[in-house]
Design a binder for this molecule. Structure first.
Ligand code: GLC
Length: 534
């Protein structure tokens, strides 16, 4: 029994749209490459490493925020949206990076952070002074006889109340840290300002950026009246239930207007939503034809290493996005979650599963986001000393996925040096001693390495017509094993720890662990994925 799934509207016109099957590599700017030795990654460091990304086979790069910021939340607290923070370089560096990327055939997506500004943004300074400037944010009187209680019971995603009191006794809303006051998107000035910010980056240096990753795209509109939720369990409910500050219907009108703006520029500039929605159907609303191009599929990221669970997520995701004609956007790791090697159990088993999951993801219909270092098989760093941590969710208690510094440790490029080639000196977070062996230098040329597996997979994905956008069908497989076909191609994934016997489905192209073929049957190792040509 096979089930036909069309991952996307596959009109021939749609197939030419680059973003429908693009492999997009996320650069966490502070931890990628440090050119000046201050221990913090920067734009020049990234520019120097762009040939590595082009050679890896990425189609585009997404850069996390590098704008002027006091860095209360790794740059997701923006003080000036049109200025590059001196920590990361200058606007000239940004332009030079864009030029080099485009010359190498790489598109560049930048982050935009519209849900909140930094508390150092000029608008918030004006708001603190009182008067109409407050209407750009959510200021409210407190509850209780003296207004000493927050205006409602909302909890910050980083822990603690989502409200902070200012000197005149009123309170302002911050879904994240107190240094990140939420903007009021009912205010026309806010909308006009962000249109202008988008235009600034879309036009920078002539050709501009190729798109935006929209931070907290599901949070910009709050339920009218800011109603109480009635439970202290809010942080755990994120992503599973609609909260009055997330996934409100009103956000879609903003995304629709941004789509119109993006479409007014040549070259298919895209918007990708960071939206934690309660279901695949709710997420699909963000990628309706007149809204954003992509939305990260966090249901896939959150899925455990289990064939039946993964198949359900794949089916639900493809069905939901197909219903609106959009591609699915697969992702396994990012700068906010524990790296998937560690999520899948860590150690040798975690790495085996991570390698297999990567091949699975790259064989599914749609676009893929890779997080820096996953191509090296990097695990989460779980033993960072507390005094070196910077993640505000660590300091404020329960964060969205716990502690987010362990996935932000600088990338190792060489097998020696003070930061394994990340920069001329030590990096802002120390790398474990074992990381020399994970470095790009150590893995390059080793056919058994994770880096060479990613390189081979991306090269094949480009070369094979049947991968990327287009249909897929499930084939029968034993319990614990996923088998699916794409045009000219079969993918087998054994999620069990032990080997299984299958009928040889075709000619082996690439494996995360070599299958043992004898005659008509093949022994597929535990926790492995193989691509086959048929
Ligand atoms: C997004 C970012 C995260 C940040 C938060 C607040 O979830 O990915 O890193 O802390 O938004 O801006």
């Amino acid at each position: 029994m096979t089930q036909q799934l069309t991952g996307a509207a596959t009109t021939s016109g749609a197939r030419t749209r680059w973003w429908r099957d693009a492999v997009i590599y996320q650069v966490y700017v502070r931890s990628f490459a440090d050119s000046d030795g201050d221990g913090i990654g920067d734009l020049r460091g990234i520019e120097e490493r762009l040939p590595y990304l082009a050679e890896l086979g990425a189609d585009a790069v997404w850069l996390t925020p590098f704008y002027a910021s006091p860095q209360a939340d790794g740059g997701y607290d923006v003080a000036d949206y049109r200025v590059v923070d001196p920590l990361f370089g200058t606007l000239d560096d940004a332009q030079s990076l864009l030029r080099t990327a485009h010359r190498l055939g790489l598109r560049v997506i930048v982050d935009v952070v519209p849900n909140h500004t930094s508390d150092r943004h000029v608008w918030f300074r004006e708001a603190l002074a009182g008067g109409p400037a407050r209407a750009r944010y959510h200021f409210r009187p407190g509850r209780g006889p003296e207004g000493e209680l927050p205006p409602n019971d909302w909890q910050s995603v980083f822990g603690g109340p989502a409200w902070t009191r200012v000197s005149d006794g009123s309170w302002y809303l911050h879904l994240f840290a107190p240094e990140q006051p939420d903007l009021n998107w009912e205010n026309p000035e806010v909308r006009a300002e962000f249109d202008s910010v988008l235009r600034f980056w879309l036009e920078l240096g002539g050709r501009g950026v190729d798109g935006f990753r929209i931070d907290v795209a599901h949070g910009m509109v709050k339920a009218a009246g800011l109603p109480d939720i009635g439970t202290a369990e809010q942080v755990r409910m994120i992503g599973s239930q609609t909260l009055p500050f997330f996934d409100q219907d009103g956000v879609h009108e903003i995304h629709r207007s941004w789509r119109t703006l993006l479409d007014s520029y040549p070259g298919e500039r895209i918007g990708v939503a960071e939206a934690w929605a309660p279901s695949a159907e709710r997420l699909a609303l963000y990628v309706r034809p007149d809204e954003l191009h992509q939305a990260f599929n966090f249901q896939f990221l959150r899925c455990r290493w289990d064939a039946a669970a993964m198949r359900t997520v794949v089916d639900d995701s493809l069905a939901a996005t197909a219903s609106v004609g959009a591609p699915t956007t697969w992702v396994l790791s990012n700068h906010d979650v524990v790296r998937h090697v560690t999520r899948y159990g860590g150690g040798a088993a975690g790495l085996r599963r991570a390698r297999a999951a990567a091949l699975l993801m790259l064989a599914l219909p749609g676009s893929v986001y890779l997080y820096q270092g996953e191509e090296l098989g990097l695990p989460e760093v779980t033993d960072l000393p507390d005094e070196l941590r910077e993640d505000p969710s660590f300091f404020r208690g329960a964060g969205q996925d716990g502690l987010r510094d362990g996935c932000r440790v600088p990338v190792p490029w060489t097998d020696e040096g003070p930061s394994y080639g990340f920069g001329p000196g030590p990096g802002w977070l120390p790398q474990p001693e074992s990381w020399g062996a994970y470095s790009v230098g150590a893995q390059t040329g080793d056919p058994g390495s994770t880096l060479e597996l990613y390189r081979a997979a991306l090269a094949l994905r480009r070369r094979l017509d049947g991968l990327g956008d287009g249909p897929m069908s499930w084939l029968e497989g034993p319990p614990g094993v996923l088998v699916f076909t794409r045009p000219g191609f079969v993918c087998t994934v054994n999620t069990l720890p032990g080997a299984v016997e299958l009928r040889v489905p075709g000619r082996p192209l690439l494996s995360s662990a070599a299958p043992d073929i004898s005659g008509e049957s093949v022994r597929v190792p535990g926790d492995s994925c193989t691509w086959w040509a048929i």
